[in-house]
Design a protein around this ligand. Structure first.
Ligand SMILES: C[S@@+](CC[C@H](N)C(=O)[O-])C[C@H]1O[C@@H](n2cnc3c(N)ncnc32)[C@H](O)[C@@H]1O
Length: 253
């Protein structure tokens, strides 16, 4: 989600009339819809600009992940790869794989990452992560999981590719327990899942994860006096949204 800038969504709502909101049927059609939408975001430069909104919540998450220099990390729904690059620098003896359903996002990510030898980007869908089982010691996903057509399957796939004792960390700004984001569902051009923290935790447990927990990460970014975007009614609502913060759900294999 791109909170601060004017989104590409108004434009997309008109030409995506075949999308039935709430019709979250996983399969090739849903994948294609997501790919096309996020390719448009990539073309509009949103892959890069999301760093501004997501870093304030990703930064404390990295602190909690207790990353070791030897870790192998997968960044699911990596977008233009800014976070994958941060991670690659923190694991000089390990490897980072950034994965995204949007081939355009992956083009942007690769172009900006040629100097990092321990970082690769792959086009892929979370329901079928193109990697061997038991490989990664950490998995992270920032602001992606509520778009996944079948989040339960996506979380099971993350579990599959994690090594024993590996941990998964999923950050979500659009969730039921924060009332200030609920209106995003109507504004987005693709179907989304508005789940509660308890529901996300349940999906983790059902996938096999242990030590499942969640916490809220308030966003300390100062709120401007006036808000001109379309995600919130006004600056007061944006400030209230940030004060509650993002949902971080995590668990261990
Ligand atoms: C809001 S963007 C966030 C991108 C990035 N994590 C960031 O913080 O800048 C959501 C990303 O998730 C990707 N995505 C959505 N559904 C996906 C799926 N089913 N499998 C893999 N990636 C997906 C999109 O292509 C998009 O790049």
């Amino acid at each position: 989600m791109l909170i601060s800038a004017q989104p590409a969504l108004a434009r997309c709502n008109s030409h995506d009339s075949r999308i039935r909101r709430g019709a979250l049927v996983a399969g090739p059609e849903a994948d294609q819809t997501l790919r096309e939408e996020f390719n448009r975001w990539a073309d509009a430069g949103k892959g890069e600009s999301m760093e501004h909104d997501h870093w304030p919540i990703a930064k404390p998450t990295l602190g909690l992940m207790q990353i070791e220099p030897t870790d192998n990390i997968v960044d699911v729904g990596c977008g233009a790869g800014w976070l994958s690059r941060v991670l690659a620098k923190r694991v000089p003896q390990g490897r980072v794989v950034g994965m995204d359903i949007s081939d355009e996002m992956i083009h942007h990510a690769r172009r900006a990452s040629v100097d990092l030898a321990n970082l690769v980007f792959v086009v892929g869908e979370v329901n079928e992560i193109p990697w061997e089982a038991n490989f990664f010691t950490r998995a992270i996903s920032v602001e992606s999981s509520y778009y996944w057509p079948d989040p339960a399957k996506g979380i099971r796939e993350i579990y599959r590719v994690l090594h024993e004792n590996g941990s998964a960390w999923i950050l979500i700004n659009y969730y039921r327990d924060n009332p200030y984001c609920h209106q995003w569902g109507e504004k987005l051009a693709v179907p989304t899942h508005l789940l509660s923290a308890a529901e996300w935790e349940k999906l983790f447990r059902e996938a096999g994860f242990a030590n499942v927990a969640h916490r809220l990460l308030p966003d300390p970014t100062p709120t401007p006096e006036t808000y001109t975007g379309r995600w919130f009614r006004d600056a007061k609502e944006l400030a209230a949204f940030r004060a509650i913060g993002a949902l971080l759900v995590h668990g261990t294999k």
